[in-house]
Design a protein around this ligand. Structure first.
Ligand SMILES: C[S@@+](CC[C@H](N)C(=O)[O-])C[C@H]1O[C@@H](n2cnc3c(N)ncnc32)[C@H](O)[C@@H]1O
Length: 290
């Protein structure tokens, strides 16, 4: 399998391209977890995965916080949050939305921050680092630097909670579009994407990221000195049948029951590669702690 000729932006150029993407997307990112029923399931799966790790008065660094859906969840659980993102536009929207929700008092500071460079924070500074929605999928060849940096700045018993884009699940979720791309660009491009998870191999792709398998993600955590506490897919059962899901959502009891089943299915080992995202909770391995 040959790699495609490398005309894609790498290193800092990738960071700039993704910042521009999210600056331009603006409010569009705010709607991702509310506009359709699959998005609302994704929000609930991410929220339910996070909440068991939240105790009162934690100091949390949120990386790639975007427009603030999870900043608000953290604030609802009385966390003090340092909100960060690579995109100044998303940081501004975060301020607007968190203030509108009445939680601005929970925000200690807001900074532009690349997930790959947390050097401004001393070791063992935070009770938790939250990196939902793919900041680690935008680190590309610097993913070890990024995750090791997040594990460094949590306290010895602190937790890193993150989600990345899923390789096999994205294929499942976007089967027609992915198949069209495979036909259009041929075997070399398709092989390169499957082998590396890196969408920068697709010519002209605007929203690029690195997708992971559960095995690759757990290997990354281990290589960065971490140990896995829990994992989950997002949207195992709920990628298809939006009409059926909409019907379920109309009944609070059915919706709650469905979300409980979906949360259990997503957490099972057999499903972890099957949703749009892969969620992970990790901490520093004991021997790797200062
Ligand atoms: C899909 S959004 C997720 C927003 C929010 N965490 C959520 O889950 O709803 C991804 C966010 O990561 C940010 N981001 C992308 N690359 C990043 C990087 N290298 N470092 C930090 N944040 C990054 C984007 O600007 C965007 O706000």
């Amino acid at each position: 399998m040959a790699d495609t000729p490398d005309e894609t932006p790498r290193g800092n150029k990738s960071v700039d391209a993704i910042r521009r993407y999210y600056d331009t997307l603006g409010e569009g990112e705010h709607d991702r977890l509310t506009k359709d029923v699959a998005g609302r399931v994704s929000f609930e799966i991410h929220r339910r995965f996070l909440v068991p790790y939240l105790t009162r008065n934690q100091r949390v660094l949120e990386v790639g916080a975007g427009p603030g859906r999870f900043t608000t969840v953290l604030a609802e659980h009385s966390a003090r949050v340092v909100v960060t993102d690579i995109s100044p536009v998303q940081l501004h929207l975060n301020e607007v939305n968190v203030a509108a929700a009445g939680f601005e008092h929970a925000v200690e500071a807001r900074h532009t921050l690349d997930v790959c460079d947390t050097s401004r924070f001393p070791d063992a500074t935070f009770d938790m680092v939250l990196a939902y929605g793919g900041p680690l999928s935008y680190a590309f060849e610097r993913e070890h630097q990024a995750l090791a940096g997040l594990l460094r700045i949590v306290k010895p018993d602190g937790i890193v909670v993150a989600s990345v884009m899923s390789l096999w699940g994205s294929w499942r979720a976007r089967f027609p579009g992915a198949t069209q791309l495979a036909i259009r660009y041929g075997t070399d491009v398709t092989d390169a994407v499957i082998r590396t998870g890196d969408l920068r191999h697709v010519p002209g792709m605007v929203h690029v990221c690195r997708m992971f398998t559960w095995e690759q993600l757990t290997t990354l955590v281990t290589e960065c000195g971490g140990e896995i506490l829990a994992g989950s897919a997002s949207n195992w059962a709920s990628l298809e049948g939006p009409d059926v899901l909409a019907g379920i959502e109309e009944s609070p009891q059915l919706w709650e029951r469905f979300l409980a089943y979906e949360t259990a299915a997503c957490a099972s080992l057999g499903a972890r590669d099957g949703g749009t995202h892969i969620l992970v909770a990790a901490r520093r391995r004991r021997w790797a702690r200062p």
